[in-house]
Design a protein around this ligand. Structure first.
Ligand SMILES: Cc1cc2nc3c(=O)[nH]c(=O)nc-3n(C[C@H](O)[C@H](O)[C@H](O)COP(=O)(O)O)c2cc1C
Length: 326
């Protein structure tokens, strides 16, 4: 098997190896800061502590790194893709307005990353059209920030694999049934199990899920009509019927404006909603307890995609508030 290194296919095959993203920095002979985005970083030795990365011979920073006695490698955090893009562009002032600290030998140190390694240049090796730099780590910092991932030519987020719900192996599905990976089942089961946690709080206030939906919409922005509430919650199968609204008003949770038929949360209604929201947040926290910050962000991000791709054109309850406020 041969590989033409210029071929798209070779690059694509290399891209199947998921890496983190780093920015490597140093100063040149005139004391100017240099740096570039590099995913070729890897660990080499624990004792002594050593790392490596490789630099394209075509890089404008080549002379500076060849001569530098020190350099620093920054493992970028999940939200630092804009910084990665900035340091991947040659011929620009990459450090403009970027807050920096100074390390050993005056090396510029970036902030906000997941980890940072200050190195003494130990070895340089020929590596085809790249030079391989091996650094001995003289100092390092680790921060609790999830890392930025690079895979298949795109940025990605790291998520640990979830344990399968069923303990056994793959179960053959009878024709016409769906398996445990069916999205509708997963979303539905997650929703009902999460919402079941709310029932006790709703029950304590003598409310049900439909009441909760109505209160939630008014909590985002009240002064809405029954029809406006219906437009927001109707997709769930819940209805803001006049009887239901009258019952909530009779219990002092809502007040209705007699002219326009608009509804407002009373002080008691707002207090009830605050308690229900606290219960919902606690249920969410428990459900996401096994996830780190990055996985939670990823899960919500993907769910928003599903919501967008299946949206029949529902009004945005948050946008409606802004319009009402205008
Ligand atoms: C995710 C990513 C990873 C990269 N990895 C490397 C690398 O390991 N080595 C390298 O020489 N260039 C790498 N590059 C390209 C350089 O960042 C880019 O060529 C940069 O403009 C070089 O800057 P300079 O010419 O100012 O030195 C990477 C770019 C990106 C976006």
């Amino acid at each position: 098997m041969t590989a033409n290194p210029d071929s798209r296919a070779f690059r694509d095959a290399l891209g199947s190896f998921a890496t983190g993203v780093t920015i490597v920095t140093a100063t040149d002979a005139e004391g100017r800061d240099v740096g570039l985005t590099a995913s070729s970083f890897n660990s080499v030795s624990l004792d002594p502590p050593m790392i490596l990365w490789s630099l394209a011979r075509s890089s404008q920073s080549m002379a500076a790194f060849r001569e530098a006695a020190h350099f620093a490698v920054h493992i970028l955090a999940a939200d630092q893709d804009p910084l990665s893009n900035r340091f991947a562009k040659s011929g620009t002032d990459k450090f403009a307005d970027v807050p920096i600290e100074r390390g050993e030998g005056g090396v510029p140190l970036l902030t906000g990353c997941s980890a940072r390694f200050e190195c003494r240049t130990a070895y340089q090796y020929e590596g085809g059209d790249h030079i391989i730099f091996v650094g001995e780590v003289t100092r390092f910092d680790r921060y609790e920030r999830p890392p930025l991932i690079f895979h298949g030519g795109r940025y990605a987020l790291a998520a640990r694999k979830a344990q399968a719900l069923s303990a056994g192996g793959a179960i053959e599905q009878p024709a016409g049934s769906f398996g445990e990976d069916f999205l509708g089942y997963l979303l539905g089961r997650a929703h009902f199990q999460l919402y079941a946690r709310m029932q006790a709080s709703l029950g304590a206030h003598g409310l049900d899920a439909w009441d909760h939906f109505i209160l939630s919409v008014l909590g985002i922005g009240d002064g809405r009509s029954i029809a406006e509430i219906e437009a927001v919650i109707g997709y769930t199968g819940a209805h803001a019927t006049p009887e239901r609204v009258r019952s909530l008003a009779a219990r002092g949770i809502l007040s209705a404006d007699p002219d326009g038929g608009r509804l407002w949360l009373t002080e008691q209604g707002r207090k009830t909603l605050v308690e229900l929201t606290a219960a919902a947040k606690a249920a969410e926290e428990d459900a996401l307890g096994a996830f780190d910050e990055n996985e939670t962000a990823l899960l919500k991000h993907l769910l928003k995609h599903v919501i967008r791709s299946t949206d029949p054109g529902l009004p945005d309850p948050w946008l409606a508030t802004a319009e009402q406020g205008a």
